[in-house]
Design a protein around this ligand. Structure first.
Ligand SMILES: [Cu+2]
Length: 135
C-alpha cells in the first residue's frame, strides 16, 4: 500500500495506524464521557403538580443538587389533555412542552454558587413551581 509516496506494509498499518485511530477516538469520546450528568431526577407531571417518580405524596418537591454538578431532569407527563414542561428560567434551562404520556429531559450545570432557584412548568407556573436548591 502507498500513502503519500511511502510504501506501507500491512504490518505497519496494523501496528501504527490502527492504534493511532483508536487513541484519536478515545480523545474524542472522553470529554463526552466525563460530562455525563452526575445528578439525575425523574419527575412526573400529574394533577397540575410535579412529583418525584415514586413519591406521589410530595407535590412540587424541593430538588437538591450540588454546586457545579451536571443535572439531568427527566419529565414524564401523566396529565391527559394537558401540556407540561420543565424549566429553570434563571439558568436558561428548559424543555419543549410535552403532551400526555410523553417524556423528555433537560440537562444543565448547577451554578457554582449555592442558592435557590425556581423551577416551573411555564404554561402553569402559578400552580406548578418549586425550588431547585443548590448546596
Ligand atoms: Cu404544566
Amino acid at each position: 500500500m502507498r500513502i503519500l509516496g511511502h510504501d506501507l506494509s500491512r504490518a505497519v498499518l496494523f501496528k501504527v495506524a490502527i492504534p493511532f485511530v483508536g487513541v484519536l477516538l478515545l480523545a474524542v469520546a472522553l470529554p463526552a464521557l466525563t460530562s455525563t450528568p452526575t445528578r439525575e431526577v425523574t419527575l412526573v407531571a400529574r394533577g397540575m403538580a410535579f412529583y418525584i417518580e415514586g413519591d406521589a405524596g410530595t407535590p412540587n418537591p424541593t430538588i437538591e443538587v450540588k454546586a457545579g454538578e451536571r443535572v439531568r431532569i427527566v419529565l414524564r407527563n401523566d396529565d391527559r389533555g394537558m401540556r407540561h414542561d420543565f424549566a429553570v428560567p434563571a439558568l436558561a434551562a428548559a424543555m419543549d412542552a410535552l403532551r400526555w404520556n410523553e417524556s423528555a429531559d433537560v440537562i444543565f450545570d448547577a451554578p457554582e454558587t449555592p442558592g435557590t432557584y425556581q423551577y416551573e412548568c411555564r404554561p402553569h407556573r402559578i400552580m406548578m413551581r418549586g425550588v431547585l436548591r443548590v448546596y
